[in-house]
Design a protein around this ligand. Structure first.
Ligand SMILES: [Zn+2]
Length: 296
């Protein structure tokens, strides 16, 4: 007799962390990672995901990768070693020569493993509505992948946060209605602005990563409680759970603590499941990818 199938409505979506960084170009990982003896490798990441029942993860390339090709190669290797559980997101610096941006996009066209592109305004001096980014948004439209945008605080106080305010995404979200944008870090500290943008624009999402400092920071426990309040407040403003995505910013945050920010919220189970994975699976098209054989 065939095994009885669980009704679709009760099947829990796998948890997905939409904001992970795993790169050999991460500077000073021992100091900035959530703990010094962290296993900063695909194996270490997968083990930590397993301990927290996280099925899949989006691994975002750092802007420190010396060339587009090397960045893509690293992402490809991570995807292969991750056995279909880790999905790479690329990046580009639009302040570089126009020809460099064009070459980057050509290289992305030959990289089917990519599930998105991440921009780093704040670290690099440009606004998300900069016209030099139009080819990037057009690529995202063609490939039907989201554009993730770093928002708010920059690590170690480098860069200029004026470029990284959610309000600066509003115009381009209107100009590219068919492109989906992810405001990383819920715009922290401009969380209200981020929530307003998600509420206003159907194509704008936000992730919950990067709301916490290093665990040795003063008032850390209070900070975790505050992060929950911040996510809850954003949800109340937006009024629906389908465009908020769980993310950690690992290795800056420990996965168990980052997950607890969402897990501890007093929400209907379906809403929590959506934030912890269902929304991400839809946004990044993950379930379609899972059926593909792993790259060798
Ligand atoms: Zn990050």
């Amino acid at each position: 007799m065939p095994a009885k199938k669980e009704p679709v409505s009760r099947r829990r979506p796998p948890r997905v962390d939409v904001h992970l960084h795993l790169s050999r170009w991460w500077r000073d990982i021992r100091r900035t990672g959530y703990r010094r003896d962290l296993d900063y490798s695909v194996r270490g990441l997968l083990a930590e995901m397993d301990r927290n029942a996280i099925g899949e993860g989006i691994v975002i390339q750092l802007f420190e990768a010396p060339t587009v090709t090397e960045g893509l190669e690293e992402g490809r290797r991570t995807a292969a070693e991750g056995h279909g559980r880790l999905h790479p997101v690329t990046t580009v610096d639009p302040t570089r020569e126009e020809s460099e941006v064009r070459e980057a996009i050509e290289a992305w066209d030959a990289a089917p493993e990519l599930v998105g592109v991440k921009l780093y305004p704040g670290y690099q001096a440009f606004y998300p509505h900069d016209r030099r980014l139009d080819p990037v948004y057009e690529w995202a439209h063609r490939r039907r992948v989201p554009v993730m945008i770093h928002q708010g605080d920059t690590l170690d106080g480098i860069g200029l946060v004026k470029y990284a305010r959610p309000l600066e995404v509003d115009e381009v979200a209107g100009r590219f209605r068919d492109v989906r944008f992810v405001l990383c870090h819920l715009g922290n500290p401009w969380v209200n602005e981020a929530a307003e943008l998600v509420w206003k624009n159907e194509n704008v999402y936000a992730d919950t990563s990067g709301l916490l400092s290093h665990p040795s920071a003063p008032y850390f426990d209070r900070m975790v409680r505050q992060a929950r309040e911040v996510v809850y407040a954003a949800l109340v403003t937006i009024g629906r759970p389908d465009r908020i995505l769980y993310g950690s910013d690992w290795p800056l945050e420990e996965l168990s603590v980052a997950v607890s920010v969402v897990d501890a919220l007093d929400l209907p189970e379906a809403d929590r499941d959506a934030i912890l994975g269902g929304n991400a699976a839809r946004l990044f098209g993950l379930s379609n990818r899972a059926r593909r054989p792993a790259r060798s």
